[in-house]
Design a protein around this ligand. Structure first.
Ligand code: FAD
Length: 447
């Protein structure tokens, strides 16, 4: 196969690569500067072959960091722009929290009000219990003192949304080639800019490269000869040197194989996505033993696509040299990074802790379907959206990203020469400048 030269080579047919391709094609056409035929998307496996294809699909605004929240509000707008094509279910999202997170979530609510993102905030144990019982008459989670109910957001079906996005991009003339694996780059003789993408099928000459490689970003970072370790200025002004640029966490998710209709609200509607964090002790739903007395959290939703009630719990950090972590085979095909019996026992017990309808249901867990997957995180666990080597735009979402369908729209804008205020807080130089995002009390590294 002879590979075509292209103006824009986009690596990765996940949510970011495809969204960038589609929106860039639209921008090129509207500006008269080109069209979708100037864009080539390549992927070593398939559309949705990475994290986007296995994501739970939750779309929320709930973030403690103002810059993340504004970016998510923008992304929710993109999901809402074509729910059918994106297979998007706007059921809303609930963050249900213990006292240790109360103040953090209160600021999220205040700032949602400030940016016009519709939500309701309930405070105090009794009022929270009453609100939750109004939705689910079997609600029984303990230790809850605040409930943030986001009226927008919800979830989307992972693969269907990606094919929807790919279809829109192709309708604009974008070419998508799968089975093409990037091995390295060619550089110009007088600059560090990339002039060609070296693949297993030959070299693709190009003017601009976009890397949307999800968990494989670490490999591209190496190919681009970017630093493995960096210096970070802490909030107190102290410089921390030699901090590894990348680390892996493993996401743990699964599906309880019940009829999704069993998890409807009292009035028979599909419920919002539920996310509960609590410091109430978690006891086994199997034998009553204590599983943990530390802060824990879970999320879940009824999902016909997964065929049950699907969700997950806090991820765990992969304590291995990131260069040695086996990213391939990825997701359910990985022998190492899939959930085991401990997760299943814990997550099913968490479900039962929250709602009586899930008690005694662990036997219905979908044991035969492997689930879970790696995410590659930056030093502060927040994304890096920036240009390297003059013409390589790296979209490193630090595993926040299926919900961030709007990032590609903003990247497309930046590729057209217009800087995005929303992406500005995610530049690489924030580490050296000490312009870090605030951290919350959530047990999740992405909240
Ligand atoms: C189990 C799990 C659940 C998640 N749930 C959610 C959720 O509910 N909501 C949410 O917002 N986020 C979620 N995430 C995070 C989210 O999925 C990712 O942040 C996001 O999908 C990353 O998108 P991407 O386009 O950057 O990368 P990916 O979707 O991973 O796509 C990268 C693509 O690059 C290709 N590629 C890699 N190397 C090469 C190469 N050398 N040459 C050519 N192609 C290459 C891969 O084949 C892949 O298709 C979840 C992640 C996991 C693992």
């Amino acid at each position: 196969m002879t590979l075509p030269a292209t103006k824009y080579a986009i690596i990765g047919a996940g949510i970011h690569g495809l969204s960038t391709a589609y929106h860039l094609a639209q921008n090129l056409k509207a500006s008269g500067k080109g069209c979708g035929a100037d864009i080539l998307v390549i992927d070593k496996t398939s559309i949705g072959g990475g994290a986007s294809g296995i994501a739970c699909g939750v779309v929320r605004n709930n973030y403690y960091q103002p810059a993340m929240r504004e970016l998510m509000a923008h992304s929710v707008g993109v999901w809402e722009s074509d729910p059918k094509a994106y297979s998007y279910h706007p059921v809303g999202y609930m963050q249900i929290s213990p006292e240790v997170m109360h103040a953090d979530v209160a600021t999220i609510y205040e700032q949602q009000q400030a940016i016009g993102y519709e939500s309701t905030f309930i405070e105090g144990a009794a009022d929270c219990q009453k609100y939750m019982l109004g939705l689910f008459d079997d609600w029984q989670a303990k230790g809850i003192t605040s409930v943030l109910h986001e009226k927008r957001g919800g979830y989307a079906n992972n693969t269907a949304s990606l094919y929807g996005l790919a279809g829109k991009a192709e309708a604009e003339g974008v070419r998508i080639l799968t089975g093409v694996e990037v091995k390295g780059f060619e550089y110009g003789s007088n600059s560090g800019a990339v002039t060609g993408v070296i693949t297993n099928q030959g070299v693709i000459a190009c003017e601009t490269v976009v890397v949307g490689a999800g968990p494989w970003v670490i490999k591209f970072w190496d190919m681009l000869e970017l630093p493995k370790a960096i210096s970070i200025k802490g909030r107190d002004g102290t410089m921390h040197n030699n901090v590894p640029m990348w680390k892996f966490w493993c996401l743990e998710e699964g599906t309880l194989g019940v009829d999704p209709n069993m998890h409807k609200t009292n009035d028979g509607k599909m419920p919002p996505v539920i996310h509960v964090d609590t410091d109430a002790p978690l006891y086994s739903d199997v034998d009553g033993s204590l599983i943990t007395d530390q802060l824990w959290g879970l999320y879940y939703k009824p999902d016909f696509n997964f065929g049950g009630v699907q969700g997950g719990a806090s991820p765990y950090k992969v304590e291995q040299d990131p260069d040695q972590v086996a990213i391939d085979p990825y997701g359910p095909d990985s022998p190492d990074f899939i959930v085991g019996d401990d997760f299943i026992h814990m997550w099913c017990s968490m479900l039962a802790h929250c709602q009586k309808r899930f008690e005694g249901k662990i036997g219905l867990y979908k044991y035969k379907e492997k689930s879970g997957g790696l995410g590659c995180f930056t030093p502060d666990n927040f994304p890096v959206f920036d240009t390297f080597r003059e013409n390589v735009y790296v979209i490193a979402d630090s595993n926040h990203g299926y919900k961030m369908i709007g990032v590609g729209k903003l990247v497309a804008q930046e590729l057209m020469g217009e800087k995005s205020k929303l992406l500005e807080p995610f530049r690489f130089d924030r580490f050296a400048k000490g312009e870090l995002h605030p951290t919350s009390h959530s047990p999740f590294p992405w909240s």
